[in-house]
Every structure is written in C-alpha cells, then in structure tokens.
Design a protein around this ligand. Sequence first.
Ligand SMILES: [Zn+2]
Length: 174
Amino acid sequence: MSAVEALKAARAAGVELALDGDDLALKAASAPPAAVLDALSLHKAQIMVLLRPAEDGWSVEDWQVFFEERAGIVEFDGGLPRAEAEAQAFACCVVEWLNHNPECSPAGRCLGCGDREHAHDPLLPYGVEPAGHVWLHSRCWPAWYEARKAKAASALAAMGIMASKPDISVTACA
Ligand SMILES: [Zn+2]
C-alpha cells in the first residue's frame, strides 16, 4: 500500500486524520483494521505531506474527498452506475484542477506554436483567471487544451484519483 492508498484506506475505514504539530492525529469511532494502522505508521511522514495544503490551497486529501463526494452525488442522487459516476467525478476534478492551476502567457506570442499574430491569424485570449490569459491562435487551442487536460489527469492520478473509465472530454462540471 502506498501513502496515497493508505490515506484513502484510512478514510474508507472511518478514520479521520489531522495534522497535530509534528504529529499525525487519528480519530475513529471504532478500532481501525490493523492493516490500515500499519500502513499509516509506515507512511506517516509522507501522509503528513499529503495532508498539508499545496500552493493552490488544497491538500491531496482535499482532492480525494472532492472526487469521492462528486462520485457519491452522481451515483446515489443521480442513480448512475459507479463507473460512470467516477468518470463524471473525474471530469469535475480535471476542471477544478485547471481552475486551481491557471496558466498565463504574455500577449504577442502563441503559447501553442510560439508564432506571433498575423492579420489573417489573430491571437485570442483564453481563460478568465485573475492571473491573466493564455494567448493562442484559435487553431492552436485544441491541442494546447488537450495537453492541459492530460497534465491535470496525470497530476490527479499521482494523488490516487483515477476513474475506471476516465472521460476528460467533459469541459463543465454539474
Ligand atoms: Zn499558434
């Protein structure tokens, strides 16, 4: 079991984890399975890192909880099969990750091909982040956006967030 998996297993077993100074605080209504406790103590240092918010304000645990909540809503309230619920929740995580990790590029150069603006081929601003815009030719946008989504998907996978049938074609999140 990796640290990311141990964190998920602990939550699934009803264990609440929190940072307590230099220590890891555990809260559970009943005694957690020995395998979970072993994994937690084995990966303690790394789990503490996973509980710490990253630059974008969310910890790995925040992302896992967000994914599980979305999947649960779609599965139970929406009545969809688990695989589909996970695919939708995953798409929501991708959208959320892109919002958390905005990119901006200086005006005058296309972030996709590096070329400048031409009269017949204007550069368009994409994105509404306060951080700024990304400037791209409209023909360069699809490939750039696919690459951004792939980056989001691999960042999410590294946090243990995966769907059995990932669908990152979704660009909005219900
Ligand atoms: Zn371009």
